[in-house]
Design a protein. Structure first.
Ligand code: 2HG
Ligand code: ZN
Length: 494
């Protein structure tokens, strides 16, 4: 079929030549779009919809921060309104096409991977602040808004949205809600779940549901809002959210502590928590710090120490005195061996970088990640057991420990040796994850603390959630997504 300029649709006329492969983008679009009648029907249904089928776009939008699956989506849709999202979902039901909802794609569990001809539905163009309510102290936003923009907007109104983590600039609020994201302030403020007053969800059948509606009190039956939170896009697409805001935090002081032993960790936590309202309590090992320093951060101490804690608390005189007293007490008991305290905001930010840059500094080793949790009281026994397990099972790999120890949440990154094939590496790590999952089961923990289940943790879901719970999840999915088009294959198989 030959096209001449005057009868080309508008979207084709806007194409530029593709620099990557030197064929025209028009060619890519025409071949892909014309060869798939499903996309043609979507185009006919929503002529204004932005739809991408260029290989570079499919690759970019078809993956998250995991690098295990080869992206292979059918196309990428970038709707600009709730109405468009609903129409896409109805089209997907009619065509039997799976939908992978897509936010900032900073996830670490493969929840936003599209490797099987799904349509990626990116919320990227739906990134507006819709309303601020000073009386309710809420902010209503579209789901594609980055976390950082939410935090900044709250600050502009003299308030705070307290959920925070390193990917704040790239992740989106929709993704945060869909994974019940945690981060570095959970010890003080709780997870994302605590801060969602309402959610507008386009269900798997295209219905728009208003869940929660910003009400402080509502005892009229099931709270479906909480089903949307941590649903990982398997029940529908979060298109808007009403977020709770709170008083701004007090100006903070950051302290970095050096610890001689792993066993000291929870005792130091107890000593500090007894005296202070902690804003954060994070830990990292020397191995983690070495990677961060190799990545360009300045060393905090003259000598290396086996373990470190980054903690934050109010910078008023009383809190500072309590922090120093806690430090002295731990020093006397041999639980800490050194410490520094920030003297300025710049220094505080620099100390935080030592913790926050870990993921980035490890990315080139394609790490296998465990993100596990137990109750805080179970932490000492679980830590000892896990340390023995990993020491025994991974003599050949470098293992990097860090995490939100004040929440009972450990991150374990196993680094792939350069010469080792990815498949063999993952297979070995999966063998050990089964053992870790057994230990989590014994300690009443969770195989995913804050990253979600996605594809990465799916084989272990049944280790820490009961058969009855998973059956109930399947039943809920069948009601809200009867044709199973929402994020197929993630969390569990239908
Ligand atoms: C963090 O706490 C993130 O920094 C990422 O949850 C953890 O990279 C990881 O394993
Ligand atoms: Zn984390």
């Amino acid at each position: 079929m030959l096209f001449s300029g005057h009868n080309l649709p508008q979207w084709m006329l806007q194409m530029k030549p593709c620099r990557r492969c030197r064929r025209g983008q028009i060619f890519h679009r025409i071949t892909a779009a014309m060869s798939d009648p499903r996309l043609e029907s979507l185009r006919a249904l929503l002529p204004e919809l932005r739809l991408l089928v260029e290989p570079a776009d499919l690759e970019h939008y078809g993956r998250d921060w995991t690098r295990r699956w080869t992206p292979a989506p059918l196309a990428v849709a970038l709707p600009a309104s709730v109405g468009e999202v609903q129409a896409i979902v109805r089209w997907a039901n009619a065509q039997g096409v799976g939908i992978v909802p897509s936010g900032g794609r900073t996830g670490l569990s493969g929840g936003a991977v599209a490797a099987n001809g799904e349509l990626v539905l990116s919320l990227e163009r739906m990134h507006k602040v819709l309303a601020f309510d000073a009386v309710d102290r809420t902010l209503t936003v579209q789901a594609g808004i980055p976390l950082q923009k939410v935090q900044e907007t709250a600050r502009e109104h003299g308030l705070q949205y307290p959920v925070d983590f390193a990917s704040r600039g790239s992740c989106s609020i929709g993704g945060n809600i869909a994974t019940n994201a945690g981060g570095i302030r959970v010890v003080r403020y709780g997870n994302t779940r605590e801060w969602v007053a309402g959610v507008r969800l386009v269900t798997g059948s295209g219905e728009l549901m208003e869940l929660g509606r910003g009400l402080v009190k509502d005892s009229s039956g099931y709270d479906l809002r909480h089903l949307a939170i941590a649903s990982e896009g398997t029940l529908g697409i979060i298109v808007e959210a009403t977020l709770k805001l709170t008083d701004p935090p007090p100006p903070g002081n950051v302290m970095l502590l050096a610890l001689p032993s792993f066993e000291a960790l929870m005792q130091v936590f107890a000593a500090f928590r007894a005296r202070l309202q902690l804003q954060a309590f994070e830990f990292l090992t020397d191995v983690a710090l070495r990677h961060v320093l190799a990545h360009g951060e300045p060393p905090p101490f003259e000598h290396a120490h086996p373990y470190y804690v980054v903690t934050e608390f109010a910078s008023d005189e009383a809190s500072e005195a309590e922090a120093l007293a806690a430090f002295e007490q731990c020093l006397e008991q041999g639980l800490v061996s050194d410490g520094v305290i920030s003297a300025s905001d710049a220094q505080a930010a620099q100390l935080w970088r030592l913790r926050e840059a870990i993921t980035e500094s490890l990315a080139r080793y394609l790490p296998y990640k465990n993100d596990v949790s137990v109750r805080i009281s179970a932490m000492p026994a679980f830590l000892a057991e896990t340390q023995a397990l990993l020491g025994r099972e991974y003599p050949q790999f470098e293992v990097v420990w860090f995490g939100h120890i004040g929440d009972g949440n450990l991150h374990i990154n196993i680094l792939k040796p350069e010469a080792m094939a990815q498949d063999a590496f993952v297979a070995d790590c999966e063998r050990v994850t089964k053992l870790l999952a057994q230990s989590l089961q014994a300690h009443g923990g969770s195989i995913s603390a804050e990253h979600g289940i996605g594809l990465v943790k799916k084989p272990y879901l049944a280790c820490t959630r009961s058969a009855a719970e998973i059956a109930a999840m399947r039943g809920i999915k069948a009601v809200l997504d009867p044709n199973g088009i929402m994020n197929p294959g993630k969390l569990f198989d239908r």
